[in-house]
Design a protein around this ligand. Structure first.
Ligand code: COA
Length: 389
């Protein structure tokens, strides 16, 4: 074993470590502040659509009307999937939707018109341009993958995308086969906006690690999707929904929380690696979840969430506040979205953020390769196979 005197400072979980500069988003976890490209998330969430936000993130500034219309048309023109990918989805239909999304996006690399564009250190711009085009295509296609899979696994034919619907409305249309209520579509739209980018979170970091080896965008997004799936990251909204189903009634909240906390279980939808104040995205979903519960005649859900939030207030002194996924789960549930599509909704919203993080990595690249401090035995005498007992 290496001597303890040699032990370097180990930053478990890379907490608080900066590894790159970025112009994507600014987060002040102490006061709960989030900016996308300099714009406050509150302004972005209340005043833009997902299409505008994606443009802002990917191109670095808010679009004017003409630019937005062209970007929207580009997204719409790229919603369709090649029939071969629909067939892949059919073949893997029993898998979790995140695994299907990961597999389909991986497969799409074979059909992307920019697959052959290679990175050239001396002239990186063509590769960056190709990556942006790929990113727009993946943003457009992600909802088609998720909804085609859901239709196939439930014995229904996939619904073709509709070009007169927004990104969010078209997602609901392809999922349920009918034009959605505009208010429901706006809820999903806001949710996509709130999830679009969030600095060096685990999935964006995973995507950057992959991009930093100069692997292409499809590889990087595949890494991001795999990383997002876990309940400590993107899986929290689904876990919140399961928690509410388990609790069942507002009267049972207190005893449920006592039991879980006594078992040292984490309460889903609370806590964050960076925020030590309320996640600024949460407020945009809180009021909307309440209104939706009333509209759908299911106020019980919001009541349960409110009581959980009240009871968890005592953890605020330890820096554990509500996060964006707490109310997101309620909204998806009330919109009749199946539980296992909650993480994929997060993924659909996050594609522009992943793409932007990868663009930044390609533009200013260095291999990301930290160290682990070896604590195993040293210089062990080798025993040949036939002498081992
Ligand atoms: N419920 C109860 N306790 C929690 C908690 C939660 N949701 N989140 C953190 N804690 C506890 C930890 O167990 C730890 O306790 P300990 O010191 O006794 O071991 C302490 O608070 C400090 O944890 P912290 O360092 O703040 O968390 P982290 O950065 O390691 O983890 C998360 C961050 C997001 C993984 C964590 O808060 C979590 O698992 N939350 C639930 C899942 C979730 O909602 N994820 C979505 C994030 S957007």
């Amino acid at each position: 074993m290496q001597g303890l005197e040699n032990r370097p400072q180990i930053v478990e979980g890379l907490k608080g470590v900066y590894f790159a500069t970025s112009e994507a988003s600014f987060i002040d976890g102490e006061i709960g502040k989030l900016l996308y490209r300099g714009y406050n998330i509150h302004d972005v969430a209340e005043n833009t659509t997902f299409e505008e936000t994606a443009y802002l993130l990917l191109k670095g500034r808010l679009p004017n009307k003409v630019e937005l219309a062209a970007f929207d048309a580009e997204l719409k023109a790229n919603r369709q999937l090649p029939p071969e990918i629909i067939e892949v989805i059919r073949q893997v239909q029993k898998a979790h939707p995140m695994d299907v999304l990961r597999t389909a996006i991986s497969g799409l690399s074979a059909f992307d018109p920019d697959t052959e564009v290679r990175f050239d250190r001396n002239n990186p711009q063509p590769y960056l341009d190709a990556t942006l085009r790929k990113g727009i295509r993946l943003t457009a296609k992600a909802p088609t993958i998720i909804t085609a899979h859901h239709r196939i696994r439930t014995g229904q034919a996939p619904v073709a995308p509709q070009s007169d619907l927004s990104h969010a409305a078209n997602f609901l249309y392809m999922l349920f086969g009918e034009t959605p209520d505009p208010e429901d579509a706006r809820l999903i739209d806001v949710d996509f906006v709130l999830h679009a980018e969030h600095g060096s979170n685990a999935s964006a970091f995973a995507a950057r690690v992959t991009a930093a080896t100069q692997a292409d965008l499809h590889c990087a997004i595949t890494s991001g999707i795999g990383t997002l799936k876990g309940p400590w990251h993107g899986g929290a909204a689904e876990a919140v929904s399961k928690m509410c189903e388990e609790i069942g009634d507002p009267d049972r909240v207190e005893s449920y929380l006592e039991e879980q906390l006594a078992l040292k279980e984490r309460i889903m939808g609370f806590g964050h690696r960076v925020y030590r104040a309320e996640d600024p995205r949460a407020r945009h979903l809180r009021e909307r979840a309440r209104e939706l519960g009333l509209k759908k005649g299911q106020p019980k859900w919001f009541q349960m969430l409110q009581i959980i939030e009240q009871k968890m207030q005592r953890y605020q002194s330890r820096g554990i506040f509500v996060n964006v996924d707490f109310y997101a789960g309620a909204i998806y549930h009330l919109l009749n979205v199946p539980d296992d599509l909650f993480v994929p909704i997060f993924a659909m919203g996050r594609v522009p953020g992943w793409v932007l993080q990868c663009l930044e990595q390609y533009a200013n690249n260095d291999l990301i390769r930290p160290l682990t401090f070896y604590t195993g035995p040293m210089d062990v005498p080798f025993v040949p196979l036939d002498q081992r007992r």
